[in-house]
Design a protein around this ligand. Structure first.
Ligand SMILES: [Ca+2]
Ligand SMILES: [Zn+2]
Length: 233
């Protein structure tokens, strides 16, 4: 639900110092209706040509999360970003993995808060080009200590993957009380908030849970558009 550092604060600071603001910032759009990019971590685009690969720390995790991710992965592909579900590889919550990998793991309360998971892109990338990231799902969902509805679980897993691709929370101050509050996100006329809303939104129906909303798809398209605007392949 939140995206802060799996990577250590020191590593983050060093990486962000590299370039939070790309030289061609003028060509980059970082937010729109219902979507926002992770510009404060220096990620504003995604490669239109490279393939991003989701990997898992263990075979058990691969089996567990692959079905949850498949519908969303197909939508991201349809939006033009090459994304595939891969296999098992070691990962380390304190550092980013191979380029263009999104590494899934389970940790006990990765943010220290009961029931919260986290995902983040590798920060401070040259020209703001996202190169994948890390996802840590709270292990409490599986040991019975945190009760989570199936649609919330599925939307959470997808939400964290989208963080690793470079999408941020699009919460904004819709009621003009001076603060962008939890759940304060645009919604469709059916009341569906972006999956990237914080805490996570997304569909609640059996047919659509774990699928991106149109807002989230617009965010994915913006990552690609920014890359093209900067001549990133
Ligand atoms: Ca508000
Ligand atoms: Zn989040």
């Amino acid at each position: 639900m939140f995206r802060r550092a799996v990577v250590t604060a020191a590593a983050l600071a060093a990486a962000v110092a590299w370039s939070v603001f790309p030289a061609s910032a003028a060509a980059v759009t970082t937010k729109g209706t219902g979507w926002k990019l992770t510009s404060d971590l220096g990620v504003t685009s995604a490669s239109p040509s490279r393939t991003y690969t989701v990997t898992f720390k263990t075979e058990a995790l691969r089996k567990r999360y692959t079905p949850y991710l498949q519908p969303a992965v197909r939508q991201v592909e349809a939006a033009g970003l090459h994304l595939r579900i891969g296999g098992v590889e070691p990962n380390d919550p304190s550092r980013c993995g191979p380029a263009y990998h999104i590494q899934f793991m389970e940790l006990y309360r990765p943010l220290g808060t009961p029931g919260w998971s986290q995902g983040m892109p590798c920060p401070g990338q040259p020209r703001g080009l996202g190169r994948g990231g890390l996802v840590a799902i709270d292990s409490e969902y599986w040991d019975g200590s945190w009760v989570i509805a199936d649609h919330v679980l599925r939307n959470t897993v997808v939400h964290e993957m989208l963080h690793a691709l470079g999408l941020d929370h699009p919460n904004s101050d819709l009621d003009k009380d001076g603060r962008a509050e939890p759940y304060e996100c645009v919604a469709t006329r059916y009341g569906n908030r972006p999956v990237m809303c914080s805490p996570n939104g997304g569909y609640r129906t059996a047919a659509n849970k774990g699928r991106l909303t149109g807002y989230d798809i617009d965010g994915i398209k913006a990552l690609l558009k920014n890359a093209r605007a900067q001549g990133i392949k």
